[in-house]
Design a protein around this ligand. Structure first.
Ligand code: BV8
Ligand code: ZN
Length: 237
């Protein structure tokens, strides 16, 4: 913990990469954890264009279930610590794989949501972009052209938004320290972001309840729950 705090407080340009683990203390199920499964479907089989083409109603039921669940969740001390670090210029940018919107609700503003936003929608035919303010009921239709709307998230096999990726690479090139919080580091290209910082001479601080493929490349691994570790780190800065 002390070594991690030393690296963080010594950073010239600290950024963070978060995954589902950062929202665990907010009771949001992780993507791959045992609690992540929904009606025995593997998220990997539902978060794909193929699943949506085959059964849009089922995919919307899954997203609506997640929207209803996340609407009941609040940011936890991990989210609020990261938001405070942005407010006092310790943290320059937060890259998140999560689509739950909890970093923004905690007050973080410089957030790059590389996998999209659970509440955002986009039309499968025209360029319409929208946002739901309550969980989807059935298959939402486009107000412009009446086609099916889809969740505006990045599914497996889909490429990440080009503009967001440009900003991600700018941040990675500026960072001398990246704090990696609660990700299994299995999903590409996000899992490789910390390695970019490492290979340009930077340091990786990882915190997770388990070891991940990133652990061997990390300068420090802090074992523990994000909601507990981040406030403790804050006290040591
Ligand atoms: C791309 C949005 C290509 C949707 C998500 C074969 C076929 C097709 C594709 C591939 C393939 N092989 C590889 C690929 C690429 C694929 C990929 O990486 N697959 C992996 C899984 C093998 N990637 C893609 O398809 C990406 N696109 O590559 O495009 C391309 C290129 C050019 C042109 C065209 C196409 C797109 C990936 C984005 C997928 N979308 N989500 C939605 O959410 O509905 S990913 C999904 O996983 C979530 O966003 C999630 O955030 C993300 C990563 O998971 P984690 O956040 O790490 O969560 P996880 O549950 O895994 O782990 C939780 C961690 O927290 C654990 O480590 C746990 O220990 C820890 N933890 C638990 N509790 C706590 C804790 N830590 C701290 N405190 C706690 N309390
Ligand atoms: Zn439309």
């Amino acid at each position: 913990m002390k070594a991690a705090a030393k690296i963080i407080s010594g950073a010239e340009y600290l950024i963070a990469l978060t995954g589902a683990g950062v929202s665990r203390e907010s009771n949001v199920p992780t993507f791959r954890g045992v609690d992540g499964l929904w009606r025995n479907y593997d998220p990997m089989q539902l978060a794909t264009p193929h699943a949506f083409a085959r059964d849009p109603k089922l995919v919307w039921e899954w997203y609506s279930w997640r929207q209803a669940l996340i609407a009941e969740c609040d940011p936890n001390p991990a989210h609020t610590t990261l938001a405070e670090w942005e407010a006092n210029a310790i943290l320059r940018c937060l890259i998140t794989q999560n689509v739950d919107g909890l970093h923004r609700r905690a007050g973080s503003e410089k957030v790059l949501e590389v996998h999209g936003d659970l509440w955002a929608t986009k039309c499968s035919s025209c360029g319409y972009r929208g946002r739901l303010d309550s969980p989807a009921v059935g298959i939402p239709l486009c107000p412009e052209c009446n086609s099916m709307l889809r969740p505006n998230v990045v599914w497996f096999g889909e490429s990440l938004n080009r503009d967001i990726m440009t900003r991600v690479h700018e941040e990675l090139s500026l960072a001398d320290v990246i704090l990696v919080v609660g990700t299994s580091a299995l999903v590409q290209p996000a899992a490789s972001f910390p390695l970019v910082v490492k290979y340009t001479g930077g340091k990786i601080v990882e915190t997770n309840i388990e070891h991940t493929p990133l652990t061997p490349a990390s300068d420090v691994h802090v074992s523990g729950k994000a909601g507990e570790v981040l406030p403790l780190l804050d006290q040591l800065l």
